[in-house]
Design a protein around this ligand. Structure first.
Ligand code: SF4
Ligand SMILES: [Zn+2]
Ligand SMILES: [Zn+2]
Length: 604
């Protein structure tokens, strides 16, 4: 049977979506569970062209209800750094689901499931959100978009959003090359591999307001008023491409899948037959690039993905005026950079995005996956941010332009200490409790530097005499020059009769860092999620604190952006593998884990 595609010129998105899916339905839907997978990778209303139009979702919900579906679920998982439910809400989809009485979910809330890929070109397995495999029918509902890296993002590419949490980056960090002689990129083959295990049953492409130029997030909305649907996903994408004025050779993954299925345009039946009269010319990323220019900024983005492309574009949009004069600078993104090229720019080179972290000794580095334009600016200006240095055990230094805050500075007699206390300068010192491996050299360093010291009452009274100490109790906030220090509970003995142990939330010039002190896993950590912690410093040693498994649970409660393990491997009793912890956290949460050796540091 020839693949069939329905094209509907939409006056009303809801009824157009209903009409389009009615025309292509081939299943008996009665009693079935249906998943609608919109494109809400980024936050934005329908008029922005970023997200699927909520009325298209309404039309599909009504259709599947009328067909007697047992359950209809709408869900997506946004790009890393974007809250999926927030994105569904911003698009208006969440509200429509509430009105229509169906579930609207973050796909990451279902457990992950690993799917093996037999004879994959570039990947052997992919972790997905299991819900995708626990329903009877999956309907991909993408926005019609151009895409900076894949040419276009349509029904098949939209399924990348079913990959579990950070797994999404897997296709952008491929180590295997495409087959010799192939013109398509690794990412195209990655999407091809993905479709062997996760392929939608239907595609309903929302071209009500598409996106052109620097899609999928940095482009311009393109009002188009069209819906395209099919039960043959690749046929739907091929016809959508034609309507956008693009060819199959512009979009590697669609071309590869069409080849795999032996599909050519002449085999596709389209209703109406004269659908080409609706063809529009979407501006491609290549054409759009010419619109924004700044002579003093250069980008080198070897194998960077659309996340970094979008960040660089946003940076150019919002900050290019600041670079009209002065030295020409180069921003490097992506994982396959040429060290010599970075070196040749000397101090005019900047590294952007986590993929460039391995070159950070060569040039200033802006973290993020994807990075944020305002952070890129700070790194270029040499401003802002906090340099977090691990000093060994539970000791850290948090350095800004004006301050150096030490936490639990146990250096003398610490076999893991990276430094000598004589070398340490401190404007402020935090002491979580009275055990020797936390008070450490606090008094001596404070006296040498006239540092302000923060701790709980009894601990200060007994062990921090002769320093400028400011005390508080759990829940208290001490206002400081750098921001504030908030004392939070830690389930642990204090080392001082009648005293209490604490952890600290430090707001250091806007960066929120949580040092847990010594603690067990506790439900109190749930409250820390409201604090929006940037970096959590968590003990994983066991015996006198939580061990790695409990620490993973702690990360789930705290929901920080980044985690650094501490309080391990100082003695045999607390020997642990921090990389085991790292893998577990990155598999089960969205947090990134940095395993630092004593003496290592990075900027947040
Ligand atoms: S750092 Fe940039 S290029 Fe690398 S995976 Fe993240 S967004 Fe993509
Ligand atoms: Zn202790
Ligand atoms: Zn300890």
């Amino acid at each position: 049977m020839r693949p069939f595609v329905k094209v509907v010129k939409a006056e009303d998105p809801c009824s157009a979506a209903y009409e389009a899916i009615s025309a292509v339905l081939i299943h008996d839907v009665k009693g079935k569970r249906v998943l609608l997978k919109p494109n809400t990778g980024f936050e934005g209303p329908a008029k922005s062209g970023l997200c699927t139009h909520p009325e298209v979702i309404r039309g599909l919900i009504r259709f599947f209800k009328d067909q007697g579906a047992a359950e209809i679920i709408t869900g997506d998982s946004s790009v890393i750094g974007v809250n999926s439910l927030q994105a569904l809400k911003s698009a208006g989809i969440y509200e429509v689901c509430e009105q229509e009485g169906v579930k609207c979910i973050d796909l990451n809330d279902s457990a992950p499931v690993e799917m093996k890929i037999k004879n994959g070109y570039v990947v052997d397995s992919i972790l997905f959100s299991s819900i995708v495999f626990n329903v009877d029918l999956v309907v991909s509902v993408p926005v019609m978009k151009t895409h900076m890296y894949t040419g276009a993002s349509l029904g098949i590419k939209n399924m990348k959003g079913t990959m579990y949490k950070r797994e999404k980056n897997k296709l952008h960090r491929l180590t295997k090359s495409p087959p010799p002689g192939a013109q398509e990129r690794s990412l195209d083959f990655g999407i091809l591999d993905l479709t062997t295990v996760c392929y939608p049953d239907y595609v309903v492409t929302d071209g009500i307001i598409g996106m052109e130029g620097f899609g999928p997030s940095g482009g311009k909305p393109r009002p188009y008023g069209m819906i395209v649907a099919s039960s043959t996903p690749v046929a739907c994408d091929m016809i959508s491409l034609q309507l956008m004025g693009m060819s199959l050779s512009d979009v590697g993954h669609i071309k590869l899948i069409a080849q795999r299925e032996g599909l050519t345009y002449d085999r596709i039946k389209v209703d109406p037959v004269d659908y080409k009269k609706f063809c529009a010319k979407f501006i491609t990323p290549l054409e759009a690039k010419l619109e924004i220019k700044c002579d003093n900024l250069e980008f080198v983005d070897e194998s960077a993905c659309s996340g970094c492309h979008t960040a660089l574009l946003q940076f150019m949009r919002y900050h290019r005026d600041k670079f009209k004069e002065g030295d020409r600078i180069t921003l490097f993104a992506g994982k396959d950079l040429d060290e010599k090229e970075i070196m040749s720019r000397k101090d005019k080179a900047f590294l952007v995005g986590n993929c460039t972290a391995k070159y950070r000794k060569l040039a200033p580095f802006c973290k993020g996956c994807p990075p944020v334009d305002s952070e890129i600016l700070k790194v270029i200006k040499g401003l802002g941010g906090v340099i977090i240095e691990y000093l060994g055990h539970s000791a850290f230094s948090l350095k800004t332009k004006d301050y150096n805050i030490l936490i639990d500075p146990y250096l003398t007699n610490n076999p893991m200490a990276s430094d000598d206390r004589q070398n340490l300068k401190a404007t402020h010192i935090c002491v979580t409790h009275g055990h020797y491996d936390h008070v450490g050299d606090a008094v001596e360093i404070a006296q040498q530097n006239n540092s302000e010291v923060y701790s709980t009452h009894k601990v200060a009274e007994a062990l921090l005499k002769g320093t400028k100490v400011v005390t508080g109790d759990i829940g208290g906030v001490i206002k400081t020059e750098f921001g504030y220090a908030k004392l939070v509970s830690a389930i642990h003995s204090s080392g001082v009769c009648g005293g209490i142990a604490c952890g600290f939330i430090l707001d250091v010039e806007g960066v929120k860092i949580y040092h847990a002190g010594d603690t067990a896993l506790t439900m109190d950590m749930q409250l820390l999620a409201q604090e929006r912690i940037d970096v959590a410093l968590l003990p994983i040693g066991g015996i006198s604190t939580m061990g790695p498994l409990d620490a993973v649970e702690a990360v789930k409660l705290i929901r920080p952006k980044m985690v650094i393990p501490m309080h391990y491997n100082t003695t045999i009793a607390i020997r642990q593998d921090p990389h085991f912890f790292q893998r577990a956290v990155e598999r089960e949460t969205e947090a990134e884990v940095k395993v630092l050796s004593p003496g290592e540091s990075f900027r947040v």
